[in-house]
Design a protein around this ligand. Structure first.
Ligand code: ADP
Ligand code: MG
Length: 451
């Protein structure tokens, strides 16, 4: 039952939605699922009803029925462990003369199915590495050899390498692809030496068309492994086989790496991946949410993207936290919920607010297009929201008066005037006071009404 479900959705989706569910019983084609709250119940109805019915059909049910029951908190347990794991998918039959189905299955097994070019968001931080990887995937062994990708942890090096692997195995199904971490390469070597199987070891690594070696910085200080890798490299290079290496630093900064290896690493193209910019982070979150069928407002994604800036793995983790938090507490997604969910990880004062957010919130509050508020109109209906926005920006962001002026297309003395106007009205004009306080709480993620 669960095996069928698991095969048809992503791991994250499975863990987010199915792991916490309790199977209350399947009988004659009808299934009762225990869910944590009505939010989860709605979610299952909306997104997984068909999948669950298909699963029942796969068990032979003619007229599958799925119903849900919201469990009291204490019964909130995992699916019974008796449920068998998904059966391994059968490898496809091989084409005549092509690689054995086994080979292809082996290739795919080592590649994460999620790490494809389609799932890779391109931004200014990674576009060169992405273009180089595409180039290599299109003409392996011809474009750049080796391709050396470096960058900090969690920025997509492994993802890009696997993407080349997927691309090649689709376009050139008869090519042999080997993905290996430097650690496994080292362990394989140690085992081969111990078991007297060096011939097999060499055959394995020297007969491939594409060799992907991850985290090559771990070669540092391992002389015997460097020696063996040197010969592997040469054998492949001479036969115009593609090599892609990743590292957390450029070759020149890998200490105790033999000179002859270092210079080989520099023969091809060296390219780096940097931390993603805000827009790229939002795009990555958006893609992730869509993939995992999470219907989450843009402004919540923006809040997450502002909090997690360095590492994409953490960015994905933060999204999952927010999803889990809102599902557990049975509350819809909002900025306030997201701020709460992330508050254990990030101190609340770290909630960063951008000028554009303030403008958007103010616009929504006054039910007016942001551009009108930012525009030149002088009627009171527009001037008050504009001054409130200027006041809140000054209050909640670190921007200077000239910067705020630039944002509004005004000089800094006009902004100062606007801020003074609001300051004067606070405590006197009830409408302005209430609006400012409400908006401030909202943007600091403190608004309990959002729950
Ligand atoms: P690294 O190997 O550099 O440590 P990974 O390739 O393991 O990083 O990436 C970490 C996570 O971030 C993975 O889940 C990966 O899919 C995701 N990721 C990284 N870069 C991107 C990107 N440009 N678009 C979408 N997801 C990305
Ligand atoms: Mg990696």
């Amino acid at each position: 039952m669960l095996g069928y479900v698991r095969k048809n959705i992503s791991e994250v989706e499975y863990h987010t939605w199915f792991a916490p569910v309790k199977n209350l019983g399947v009988k004659e084609g009808s299934l009762v699922l225990g869910v944590r709250n009505s939010f989860a119940q709605e979610w299952f109805r909306k997104h997984y009803l068909e999948l669950l019915e298909d699963a029942l059909r796969s068990l032979g049910a003619q007229n599958p029925q799925v119903s849900f029951q919201v469990l009291p908190a204490s019964q909130d347990t995992l699916f019974s462990p008796a449920d068998p794991p998904p059966p391994p998918s059968r490898p496809p039959p091989s084409a005549p003369g092509g690689p054995s189905a086994q080979d292809q299955a082996e290739n795919r097994k080592r590649l994460n199915p999620k790490y494809t070019f389609e799932n890779f968001v391109v931004g200014p931080n990674n576009n060169l590495a992405h273009a180089a990887a595409m180039g290599v995937a299109e003409s392996p062994g011809k474009a750049y050899n080796p391709l050396f990708i470096y960058g900090d942890v969690g920025l997509g090096k492994t993802h890009l390498m696997h993407a080349v692997g997927h691309y090649m195995s689709e376009r050139f199904p008869d090519k042999r692809i080997e993905y290996v971490s430097t650690e496994s390469f080292t362990n394989d070597l140690i085992n081969a030496i111990r078991d007297d199987k060096m011939t097999q070891f060499r055959n394995r690594y020297r007969s491939v068309d594409l060799l992907l070696v991850d985290d090559i910085q771990f070669l540092a200080g391992k002389e015997r492994t460097q020696e063996e890798f040197f010969h592997t490299f040469n054998a492949l290079y001479e036969n115009h086989k593609q090599i892609i290496l990743s590292s957390d630093r450029p070759p020149k900064d890998i200490q105790t790496l033999e000179g002859r290896l270092r210079s080989r690493f520099e023969w091809g193209l060296i390219t780096d991946i940097q931390s993603p910019e805000y827009e790229t982070r939002v795009a990555i979150l958006k893609m992730n949410a869509e993939h995992n069928r999470i219907d989450i407002p843009q402004e919540v994604l923006e809040l997450i993207a502002r909090q997690v800036t360095k590492n994409i793995r953490e960015l994905e983790g933060a999204l999952m936290r927010v999803v889990a938090f809102s599902s557990l507490n049975n509350v819809p997604f909002s900025r306030a919920v997201a701020a709460k969910a992330l508050s254990n990880v990030f101190a609340p004062q770290e909630v960063k607010v951008e000028m554009i957010d303030v403008l958007r919130q103010v616009a929504a509050h006054y039910n007016m297009p942001p551009d009108v508020i930012r525009g030149a109109g002088r009627v009171r209906e527009v001037v008050v929201p504009r001054q409130v926005a200027q006041y809140l920006i000054r209050d909640l962001t670190d921007h200077s008066l000239p910067e705020i002026g630039q944002f509004f297309g005004k000089d800094h003395s006009t902004i100062m005037h606007g801020i003074n106007k609001v300051t004067e009205q606070l405590g006197k004009d009830q409408e302005v006071t209430a609006s400012v306080e409400l908006l401030r709480r909202k943007m600091q993620g403190l608004d309990e009404d959002d729950f």
